[in-house]
Design a protein around this ligand. Structure first.
Ligand code: CDP
Length: 789
């Protein structure tokens, strides 16, 4: 790893400085939405549907209104008076806020109770009587597409089926031809089930409408406060909520992972209630509401075909996918990409031909499709290609590492234009895999595996050499509801040489207060400890699109560096004035300008900052500050190679991860310790869907996995020791050569684990197992193959 350019006291890039935000978190002094208490604040709780599809015959609020403390019951009819009973989704579909005619999924919001206390609100919810008339339920997206299936979105005039969209990329004919001419073609169905982000903090808000000032303040667990403010203004402008009178504050967030990007009905109801009643209204979901009604991801049914020559050279890839979006397309994707960035499905390999198509389908499930710790459907794409690579290796009886080396895009081919359209900025895939193999001792493990097989023991080795695609913009391709995807920094240097930097993003645990300060420290030499970072308040921070999809470093981080460079330009003029030399006679070393050839004649950034307010040149504006709205020229393409070793218990089917080596490459690193933290967390979140997590529905649409009793989130007990290392391949277009990293591990880990389990069982003829690979699934396979103990 490169030696940092700055001293530890300055703490610029490459220093593992401790997180500035942690003292408040570890002392319990964080300020989350549920910590917010306002005078006269009311509480809201929500009545939810027990049925997955039913007509609403009647809602009787009379008993609820008699519960002490209950002030109001809000229904779809109430919201209809303000035309707020429907809202747009991020994908320009529509979604009910509260229903009038029918409910479309179990746990859907049916009515809201406003009360003076949280418990009174809950008692009120119990007392609301709703009469339903059940309708036929559609949970299977394939059945939803069959002729004669009940049409779910009867609200859409003329809609005759449950199809949402068809999207395709690549050349279908050329790909089919190439598959036809391939020596070997492997085919596989791969299902990535519905999972949930399961952030420790659930969703919630406090909506506070000040009738006198006409100003609405919403404290909200959102990853994208500015975009939310615009959406509120667009959706509720007609009831008098005007953007300059709306303030969205995103306080400390207890995990977002993509689940806190969308607008959920609870937010709209709480805002409407506060505007109508004129008092602050708090709504915070409980765990089961959170698990049952929002933040769903994946649910991709993939059919993949991979063609190759006899020697293993991959020639063509074809993927057909059915995406189960539940009852509304509320996915959080950039507008032009209904299947997100799934077209990165050719992965790290050089394909001449590829074609991918995705069809979105409505079912009676909550709206799904959020970008759960992956840059818009990249987890699904990577799982498909990394699994298919192993399926091919098995077919060809080739070592999966050799097959990968044979097909990697070589470093000298970058920037590399993939056949599906992306321009990969930089990469050294073979370098990362080689390093991972060296660390884990790959040849010795293969030998051990062969010996174990002779003894009837099941040990597997799985590789995943993934490519990520993160950092949306560029704005020419990326927008959400028409708002272009750039990000921003406003940097102000105070007279005493300290700084405040505000960003359009919003950390949810990633450590932006630390790493953004390090970027400013690197560029200006002001110690990171003296740079105060602020995000998440639309009244003060510059407009930005928020934090998700590992975009903060590639976009807002870049804006921070550029804003600091703008400050440095002005600082140079002031230094020239102070030192009485021409600007061209000055050289910059971290933290000061000095005169060329006379290094003793210099001015530090702190001296310059003071002069900016006390002794600036005649005719120059006072002050030292800059704003940058950064529109990246391209995405960044972090990558990595992961190797997982598993042992399988023949008696129980349990998969034990014995070793897991993760070699990541996110270009130049700001804070190595924070990056390690991102990888550690991501690996655990990648292991979770690989082995444990899944949400399914029975035929009536009842959710299975709606509480932490059934939805298995890994704890420290199940988490193995992760072994991490890095390679560094800077991004050529990012101002300081960084790529995003937040989601690499959640994307890369599941196929490494799945490949390891299949590898352990491959000699029994097992070719594929869908995740989560639970002990039950493995045990059934062992039993079927006569190998269970
Ligand atoms: O958008 P999000 O913050 O989730 O993702 P990110 O840009 O990948 O950054 C996650 C964390 O890792 C942030 O604190 C970054 O500043 C840090 N990071 C880093 O130190 N070096 C990199 N090359 C990339 C990210």
């Amino acid at each position: 790893m490169a030696t940092p350019r700055t001293s530890p006291e300055v703490g610029g890039m490459g220093h593992s400085i401790k997180r500035k935000e942690d003292p408040r978190f570890i002392r319990g002094k964080g300020n989350y939405v549920d910590d917010i208490q306002l005078p006269g604040m009311l509480h809201m709780d929500i009545v939810r549907s027990p049925f997955a599809h039913a007509k609403i015959v009647k809602i009787d609020s009379s008993k609820a209104l008699q519960v002490p403390g209950v002030l109001a019951v809000i229904t779809g009819e109430t919201l209809k008076q303000y035309n707020l009973h429907w809202m747009p989704t991020l994908m320009s579909d529509t979604q009910m806020v509260l229903p009038i005619e029918k409910v479309m999924y179990q746990a859907q919001e049916v009515a809201a109770v406003i009360a003076t206390g949280r418990y009174a609100a809950a008692d009120g919810v119990e007392a609301v009587e709703v009469e339903y008339d059940p309708l036929p339920v559609v949970v299977d997206p394939f059945k939803a597409m069959e002729p004669g299936a009940p049409v779910l979105r009867t609200d859409k005039e003329g809609k005759k089926d449950n199809h949402i969209f068809h999207w395709e990329v690549g050349d279908r004919q050329a790909t089919e031809k190439a598959l036809g001419g391939a020596d070997v073609v492997v085919e596989q169905n791969i299902y990535l089930p519905r999972i949930h982000v399961a952030s420790i903090e659930t969703c919630g808000c406090v909506a506070d409408f000040d009738r006198v000032r006409g100003k609405l303040t919403v404290y909200m667990t959102t990853q994208a406060p500015h975009a939310i403010r615009t959406v509120i203004a667009l959706v509720a402008g007609h009831v008098g909520l005007s953007e300059e009178k709306i303030r969205v504050v995103s306080p400390d967030i207890g995990g977002g992972f993509g689940g806190k990007v969308p607008v959920y009905p609870g937010y709209v109801i709480a805002i409407a209630a506060s505007v109508v009643i004129g008092k602050p209204v708090k709504w915070v979901e409980d765990r089961m509401e959170n698990l049952q009604a929002d933040s769903f991801a994946r649910d991709y049914h993939i059919r993949a075909k991979l063609g190759a020559k006899k020697d293993g050279t991959m020639t063509a890839l074809q993927i057909k996918t059915i995406a189960d979006h539940g009852y509304a397309d509320a996915a959080a994707n950039p507008s032009k990409f209904p299947a997100g960035l799934f077209s990165v499905c050719t992965g790290s390999y050089g394909f001449a031909h590829a074609f991918a198509e995705v069809d979105g389908v409505y079912t009676n499930k909550p709206p799904g499709g959020i970008a759960y710790r992956c840059s818009f459907r990249v987890t699904e794409a990577v799982h498909a290609i990394e699994r298919m690579t192993d399926v091919l290796a098995q077919e060809l009886k080739m070592d999966p590492a050799d097959l990968r080396f044979k097909n990697f895009i070589p470093p000298e081919k970058f920037p590399y234009k993939s056949v599906l359209g992306w321009e990969y900025d930089s990469g050294n895939y073979a370098g990362a895999l080689k390093k991972a193999m060296d660390i884990i001792g790959y040849p010795a493990l293969r030998k051990e595996q062969a010996e174990k097989r002779k003894k009837g023991e099941f040990m597997g080795i799985g590789i995943s050499s993934f490519t990520e695609i993160v950092g949306a913009g560029p704005s020419k391709d990326f927008d959400i509801l028409g708002i272009k995807m750039f990000d921003s920094c406003e940097l102000r240097i105070h007279p005493t040489g300290k700084a405040t930097a505000r960003f359009g993003t919003k950390s949810q645990g990633q450590g932006h207060e630390t790493t953004y300060a390090q970027i400013i420290a690197e560029e200006l030499g002001i110690p990171a400890s003296q740079v105060e970072v602020e995000e998440g308040d639309t009244d003060t921070a510059p407009y930005g699109l928020g934090t998700y999809a590992s975009r903060s470093t590639p976009t807002a981080g870049a804006a921070g560096a550029i804003a600091a460079r703008k400050v440095r330009e002005k600082a140079k003029k002031i230094a020239a004035h102070l030192l009485e030399v021409a600007e061209d006679d000055l050289v910059w070393e971290v933290g000061k300008f000095s005169v060329k050839g006379a290094p003793q004649k210099s001015k530090t950034i702190q001296e310059i900052a003071f002069a900016a307010y006390t002794n600036h040149p005649q005719g120059m504006e006072a002050g030292l500050e800059a704003v940058d709205y950064y529109d990246p020229p391209n995405l960044t393409f972090p990558f990595g190679s992961y190797i997982c070793v598993v042992d399988i218990d023949r008696g129980t089917g349990e998969v034990k991860i014995r070793r897991f080596v993760a070699v990541d490459d996110c270009g130049n690193i700001i804070n190595p310790m924070i990056v390690d933290g991102q990888i550690h967390g991501g690996l655990t979140m990648g292991m979770a869907p690989a082995l444990m997590e899944e949400i399914t529905y029975d035929e009536s649409g009842n959710i299975q996995g709606g509480s932490f009793m059934d939805y298995l989130v890994p704890t420290a007990m199940e988490t193995p020791k992760w072994e991490t290392d890095k390679t560094v391949t800077p991004s050529p277009h990012h101002p300081f050569g960084a790529k995003g990293v937040g989601e690499s591990a959640t994307v890369g880990a599941p196929p490494a684990i799945a490949n390891a389990v299949v590898d352990a069982l491959s000699h029994l003829g097992v070719k594929h197992i869908d995740i989560p690979i639970t002990p039950e699934k493995v045990w059934k396979i062992l039993k079927e193959k006569g190998a269970a103990e």
